[in-house]
Design a protein. Structure first.
Length: 236
């Protein structure tokens, strides 16, 4: 009588190489191996094997195509959402830039009231002197503001000297005046809407204190609040 060890199923092994260009050939080998090693009383003929393989291949191909289509649809939706978000951000930037441009143009009207503008000039000169802390300073302003600067200059120097406890600086009004506006590109015009630019004697330290420069500082500082006020959201 054969022993249990003798009647136990012997392990079988299957080895083959995968040809990426012929996956059906691999399926045929696998299916043929299973058929040979199984103890079915009836073997499937080649036609049955081919039919089974084609069904398996069709099923696998359908699964792959469905999954690929799901991925494509999902990627397309994400891409469209991202494009829409970018368009919204660009539109918001256009609104903010237009608002800043309009504000800059309005600043040109500040100088119409000479009394107010003279006090403003004195204040920005003092602020610039405090930043520079130089004994000799060059001052640039618009040509039509020179007489106003001369009018407030001594008062500004005295206020600065008292503020930082130093001797009043020497201030020379440069013959190179600030332009009315500077065309930087074909689409953008930067207006110098009054104010001053002060520099150290060697020109290495410059403090721009035009109204536009102050507008830039204020706008950048308050940009999140401006965007929230305009669009109901906080953005950089």
């Amino acid at each position: 009588m054969p022993s249990a060890a003798a009647t136990a199923a012997k392990p079988v092994s299957f080895t083959t190489s995968l040809d990426p260009a012929n996956p059906i050939g691999l399926l045929e080998k696998v299916f043929d191996f299973i058929a040979k090693e199984s103890d079915f009383p009836a073997k499937m003929n080649d036609s049955d094997v081919s039919k089974q393989i084609q069904q398996m291949v069709s099923f696998i191909r359908q699964e792959v195509e469905e999954r690929a289509n799901e991925i494509f649809v999902s990627a397309e939706e994400e891409f469209n959402i991202e494009k829409l978000q970018i368009k919204v951000l660009h539109a918001q930037d256009d609104v903010v830039n237009e608002m800043k441009k309009s504000t800059s143009k309005e600043l040109l009207n500040v100088s119409r009231d000479h009394r107010v503008y003279k006090n403003l000039l004195k204040d920005v000169i003092v602020q610039s002197l405090v930043r520079l802390k130089e004994p000799v300073v060059l001052l640039h302003c618009r040509k039509d503001d020179v007489h106003l600067v001369v009018f407030v200059l001594d008062s500004a120097k005295g206020q600065y000297a008292s503020k930082v406890n130093v001797d009043p600086p020497e201030i020379f009004i440069d013959d190179v005046h600030l332009p009315l506006h500077l065309l930087t590109t074909m689409l953008m015009v930067i207006f110098f809407s009054r104010g001053v630019v002060l520099a150290s004697q060697d020109g290495k330290i410059v403090c721009g204190n035009t109204l536009d420069a102050r507008l830039d500082v204020a706008f950048n500082k308050k940009l999140p609040e401006i965007r929230k006020w305009l669009f109901g959201q906080v953005g950089a």
